[in-house]
Design a protein around this ligand. Structure first.
Ligand code: HEM
Length: 249
C-alpha cells in the first residue's frame, strides 16, 4: 500500500536496497529495530505486532467501508447517480483520480460520512482508567474498561433526529459539526481524543479514490439474493455477503 510523496499519508511498503530500509513506515520500524541505543529500539516482536495492527486496522476497516458504500448506493440509485455525476464532472470517464480532484468531491464525502454513520466498521471504542476517574458525576475505579458504543450514538434519535435510520447524506452538506441536532458531538467512526484513528485521512482518500474509479466504470444495483443483515465479526460486516449486479458503462 502506498502513500503520497509529501509524507502526509501513511505508507508501509518498504524495500531494502543495499542494506538500507525504505523511507516509509515499515522502513522506520526496521531502522528502529536496528538502533544501537536500546532505549530507542523496537524489538522484532514489537515490529511484528505493529504490522499486524496496521494490517488489521487498515485493511479490514477500509474494506468494510467500501463494501457498505456499494451496498447502500445499490439501495439508493439516486445517490449513486449524484455521486457519479460529481466524479465525472471532476475527472471525466478516463482520468485517474488526482489528489486535488479527490479533495473537491463534496457529495462523495457526504455519502461516505453517512455510510460511516449508519455502518461504522468499528462499532465500539474502549478506554481503560489508569486511576480513579469521574465522568458525568459517576466515579469509576482504576483499571476498568469503559466501552463507548459508537454505533448506538450514530443511531440515536436524540442526536440525529427522528430520521436517524434513513440514509440521508444531505445531513453532512455543511460538514460534520453541523450534521447532528444542535451541533452536538455524535459522530465517532474513527474514535476520539489522543488515540483517534491514525489512518482516518488515508482511509478516506483511499475510499474516495476506489469509489471514484468504480463510479467512472460501472453502475450497479443490489442483487435479489442480497439479505440485509449487518453483524459484527470484529468489524461490522454484511452477514450473508454483499451481492451486487454490476453493469459496465
Ligand atoms: C474506515 C476505515 C477505518 C476506521 C472506521 C477506523 C477506526 C478506528 C477506530 C475507531 C480506532 C480507535 C480510536 C480510538 O480509540 O479513539 C482506530 C485506531 C487505529 N487505526 Fe483506524 N480506522 C480505519 C482505517 C485505518 C487505516 C487505513 C489505518 C492505517 C493505515 C488505521 C490505523 C489505526 C491505528 C494504528 C489505530 C490505533 C491508534 C492508537 O491506538 O493510537 N486505521 N481506528
Amino acid at each position: 500500500m502506498r502513500g503520497f510523496d509529501d509524507g502526509s499519508y501513511l505508507c508501509f511498503l518498504s524495500v531494502e536496497k543495499d542494506g538500507h530500509s525504505g523511507n516509509d513506515l515499515l522502513g522506520l520500524m526496521l531502522q528502529s529495530n536496528r538502533a544501537s541505543d536500546s532505549g530507542q529500539r523496537m524489538s522484532t516482536q514489537d515490529v511484528i505486532e505493529e504490522l499486524k495492527l496496521f494490517y488489521f486496522a487498515g485493511m479490514e476497516t477500509t474494506a468494510a467501508l467500501l463494501t457498505w458504500t456499494l451496498v447502500v448506493l445499490g439501495m439508493h440509485p439516486e445517490w449513486q447517480d449524484r455521486a457519479r455525476e460529481e466524479v465525472l464532472g471532476v475527472f471525466g470517464t478516463d482520468d485517474t483520480p488526482s489528489f486535488d480532484g479527490l479533495s473537491r468531491l463534496k457529495k462523495v464525502t457526504m455519502v461516505l460520512n453517512e455510510v460511516l454513520r449508519l455502518y461504522p466498521p468499528a462499532v465500539t471504542m474502549n478506554r481503560k482508567t489508569s486511576k480513579e476517574t469521574q465522568i458525568g458525576g459517576i466515579t469509576y475505579p482504576a483499571d476498568i474498561v469503559l466501552e463507548m458504543p459508537i454505533i448506538l450514538l450514530h443511531h440515536s434519535p436524540d442526536l440525529w433526529g427522528d430520521d436517524v435510520l434513513e440514509f440521508k447524506p444531505e445531513r453532512f452538506a455543511e460538514g460534520i459539526s453541523k450534521a447532528t441536532k444542535d451541533g452536538q458531538p455524535g459522530f465517532f467512526p474513527f474514535g476520539w481524543g489522543p488515540r483517534i484513528c491514525i489512518g482516518q485521512n488515508f482511509t478516506l482518500l483511499e475510499a474516495k479514490m476506489a469509489l471514484s474509479m468504480i463510479l467512472q466504470r460501472f453502475e450497479w444495483r443490489l442483487s435479489p439474493s442480497y439479505a440485509h443483515a449487518p453483524c459484527t465479526v470484529l468489524t461490522l460486516q454484511p452477514q450473508h455477503g454483499a451481492q451486487i449486479i454490476l453493469k459496465s458503462l
